[in-house]
Design a protein around this ligand. Structure first.
Ligand code: GLP
Length: 243
């Protein structure tokens, strides 16, 4: 694992954008795996700036998001599709045929998750997967206890995760109870993984993920097995790694 320590999330966003842009310059038709959440917003705004100034060309990339709430339509203000459209697709001029997110309103969720996994394989697999980490170690929506061999699947969200994500909704009751997510093995199959971890509230889970055992209790700990993992952590998140 390569650990890049940055002073602030803003600096982390710039470093992360450099890595993503390098990937796209080396392979213009790169297949990117992308996260939602507060963590990648700075990265997405750096990428939008780079596209606008013609520093990078996104016209051939394909993107696959990690996850989507089950039960929310694409145009629901809280859907991850809306999040991506607002934070990346529109500002980077991505066409709809370039972007992929599981459909939260698919009539048969099992059919949808299997088709999503097949679409990733059809695209040639993920070249670079960008990740955030949940407070309980979840990656995508792979909660503690998830089979490390899992592929894209339907999950029941933990109370902890629904509480953490309630800040984007009016109340916790509005946070869906189920979601669709790439599995841990889907993520681990990416050629390169770029994990972004910012803030003191992530310090303990980051420490457990990389200084503790590989364990079902902390899904992010399975990243220890990945041959090409880059972690960008700000000082607040990384303090315990260096202590
Ligand atoms: C959500 C997403 C995860 C993300 C996590 C952390 O639950 N499904 O992919 O990593 O939140 O979010 P944040 O970056 O806001 O801390």
């Amino acid at each position: 694992m390569k650990l890049i320590n940055v002073a602030t999330p803003e600096e982390g966003a710039v470093k992360a954008a450099e890595i993503v842009i390098k990937q796209i310059k080396e392979k213009p038709a790169s297949v990117l795996g992308l996260p939602t959440g507060g963590t990648p917003i700075g990265l997405y705004s750096e990428l939008a700036k780079a596209v606008k100034s013609k520093h990078v060309d996104f016209s051939q990339i394909q993107t696959f998001n990690l996850d989507e709430y089950y039960g929310l339509s694409k145009d629901d203000p809280q859907s991850y599709y809306t999040f991506m459209n607002v934070n990346l697709y529109a500002s980077c001029g991505l066409r709809s045929d370039q972007t992929h997110i599981p459909s939260g309103t698919a009539p048969d969720a099992e059919v949808e998750v299997n088709a999503y996994e097949a679409a990733i394989a059809q695209a040639g697999g993920l070249d670079l997967q960008v990740l955030g980490i949940g407070g309980n170690g979840h990656i995508g929506f792979n909660e503690p206890g998830t089979d490390p061999k899992s592929r894209t699947h339907v999950v029941t969200l933990t109370r902890n995760t629904r509480e953490a994500n309630a800040r984007f909704f009016t109340s916790i009751d509005e946070v869906p109870t189920r979601a669709m997510t790439m599995g841990i093995q889907t993520i681990l199959d990416a050629k390169v993984i770029l994990l972004l971890v910012f803030g003191a509230n992530k310090a303990d889970i980051l420490f457990d993920a990389f200084k503790g055992p590989v364990s079902l209790n902390n899904p992010a700990s399975f990243l220890q097995n990945h041959p090409h993992l880059i972690v960008i952590a700000d000082t607040a998140a990384a303090t315990r790694l260096y202590a």
